[in-house]
Design a protein around this ligand. Sequence first.
Ligand code: PMP
Length: 406
Amino acid sequence: MLDVEKIRADFPILSREVNGKPLVYLDNGASAQKPSVVIDAVTRGYAEEYANVHRGLHYLSNLATDKYEAVRGKVAQFLNAAHEDHIVFNTGTTMGINMIAYSWAMPRMQAGDEIVLSVMEHHANIVPWHFLRERLGVVLKWVETDATGALDPQKVIDAIGPKTKLVAITQVSNVLGTKVDVKTITSAAHEKDVPVLVDGSQAAVHMPVDVQDIGCDFYAITGHKLYGPSGSGAIYIKPERMAEMRPFLGGGDMINEVGRDVITYNTPPMKFEAGTPGIVQTIGLGAALDYLMDIGMDKIAAHEDALCAYASERLTGLNWLNVQGHAPGKAAIFSMTMSGGAHPHDISTILDKRGIAVRAGHHCAQPLMAHMGVSATARASFAMYNTKDEVDALVDGLELCNKLLG
Ligand code: PMP
């Protein structure tokens, strides 16, 4: 079992007060707090071990390069990729998916080709495909969730036609917490020779991920949700797909030789990492992944599942509260509206007065908001350091909201 109090002690910010109340941080879907090991790794990275990476011939550059490159193996281990060379560093999922759109999809798609998406994608897994729609005439095919917020994998599979060139799908919805059976989707898509990109931004935080078991072609993660620094991230890319990719960003580090009329590129994955990277951010991500792997993602998942069950029970007991999404086995992410029509921003503001941090808005998922018939929700998203007491604090806060706004 997870020792939550011990974990909480690792996160300095969790002992602070906000508006005179103990912080109840339930905005983890937007970004997670950082444990001391990450903060220390970042501090040490700048205070004692900083220099630019790669090709340096001095001590500090070699040290920073070793620390930075070691993280590739940690990401591979965390995602169970077969080799660290299947990992490309970036600044997060947005960058990762945009890179795939430009490097892999754009050169191989044409007007009329289709990309299959679910209606609950985050804008980071929509907008890059809109670029291809606008620029190439690619068609976006949307698959809808059912009334519980579940996504039937068969509906995704049925949407794959002869013109489908890619399925791009999230493993966990950042709004509903719905988990998607990306393994079933991937094996059916592969039978039709269609590659699959999985947006793992939310999933990798809440459950063990095994990209070889899923079989997907691309799996994007973002460091700041994984208790690591903002500006860190990575994408797993199957070697066959990496071989098909053209570099998207050009500059230092991704080249082998540059002449006036010729250029040769570095070998992958560095072929896709142009310019000075987020050196210390990536080292901090490595510390976060070590921390998570030490605890064990299965233990984290079990704790969050119990928290999710408790929060579901308490929140559904409030008959003036609409919780969007009840898909079985969902992750602990709750999007809420109030029957009286109170604005989610007002809910968030009242909760904030009690030290409770939630997010209000469209959560970068406007097609899903339209599908649900709402313009915004208040979202409480839980992490490994949250407790049942914090669920109770949320419920008390929502009761006050109902009294004031209902
Ligand atoms: N996809 C999902 C499901 C997300 O929740 C987020 C972050 N809210 C992203 C993509 C984008 O991640 P980032 O902004 O870190 O690139």
